[in-house]
Design a protein. Structure first.
Length: 316
């Protein structure tokens, strides 16, 4: 759309375009289009030339809608009109549709978010909810995966969501490789708070970084909140508050996330039994790991392995 934000526009091309097999084969074909092809003005001091029109939407498996600052009509009416409505009508039923930041306004105006959970930039969340009362808005998360409809919060959370999609499609190894090449964190869970009051600790305040590094090296062992706090010479209460300020979630939630990621990696890359994976990931028992993996991914360890580990022994 006119007024598109170049940063958000570049995220899908950078993340999906960087997803490759170990042999170097591209896993996605990224095509950019506009409702009206030609020169499109951005919100910066330069335009971009978009050669493809909305007809390419008819063949898309996933449609990603980036943010734009020119949403005046939608902000007031809550409806799509003209070329935009015609463009959205070309999207096939069942196509995966994704929004980055305030691109969620277009999805809501198209009726795609009715009765569904969604998020948007925290600064627009109240207005978004008033304009689209039928949408279940969560203003506190980085992104929401509701199956065929996915929405992200502001700006950089679009990177998190696109990496999440790569991880969902092709596993953690591919997603982590993309993240390394892009030099961004490989995983920030969608439930993490999008607006952290102090994203970096003030120089005079102690950080929880050392405790997190220490914990990552001992995920296979029982870890208590008191032990983590002692690594930083803090009381449990101070450590918990500081941890949430820096990371956006509680220490317990963070540990579960890291253990799920460890389990996913081991299920993808090894022939270890489910019991062995559960032990090395720190869940203790296979039952506990199954519960956490199902809560995070909606699948069992065996089903996840069948999908993402082609070398694993059948039935393991």
């Amino acid at each position: 759309m006119p007024g598109v934000i170049p940063f958000e526009l570049g995220i899908p091309a950078r993340i999906f375009g960087g997803a490759r097999t170990p042999e170097g084969r591209n896993l996605y074909e990224v095509v950019t289009c506009s409702a009206v092809p030609g020169l499109v003005q951005t919100d910066a001091d330069f335009p971009i030339l978009v050669e493809n029109g909305p007809e390419v939407l008819e063949a898309a498996d996933t449609v990603v809608v980036p943010a734009t600052h020119e949403l005046d009509d939608i902000y007031v009416s809550g409806r799509l009109s003209g070329p935009l409505a015609a463009a959205f009508a070309r999207i096939r039923p069942g196509t995966r549709v994704v929004s980055i930041c305030t691109g969620s306004y277009l999805l809501a105006a198209a009726g795609l978010l009715d009765g569904r959970p969604a998020t948007t930039h925290w600064d627009s969340a109240d207005h978004f909810q008033r304009l689209f009362p039928q949408v279940k808005v969560d203003p506190d998360v980085l992104y929401i995966d509701d199956g065929d409809i996915l929405t992200s919060a502001g700006v950089a959370s679009g990177i998190d969501l696109c990496l999440h999609i790569v991880r969902r499609d092709h596993g953690t190894a591919i997603a982590n490789a993309v993240a390394r090449r892009t030099v961004v964190p490989p995983h920030r869970d969608g439930g993490q708070a999008q607006y952290i009051q102090r994203p970096l600790p003030e120089p005079q305040l102690a950080s929880t970084t050392a405790a997190r590094a220490w914990a990552l090296g001992r995920l296979d062992q029982p870890l208590t909140l008191r032990e983590l706090a002692e690594r930083e010479s803090m009381s449990v209460r101070t450590f918990t508050r500081r941890f949430r300020e820096e990371v956006g979630i509680s220490p317990g939630q963070w540990l579960v996330q890291q253990r799920v990621e460890r389990a996913r990696h081991l299920l993808e890359s090894s022939d270890l039994s489910v019991d062995q994976v559960a032990h090395r990931a720190g869940f203790g028992t296979a039952t506990s790991m199954r519960q956490h993996l199902h809560a995070a991914l909606g699948v069992s360890p065996s089903a996840y392995r069948r999908t993402f580990n082609s070398t694993a022994t059948p039935g393991v």
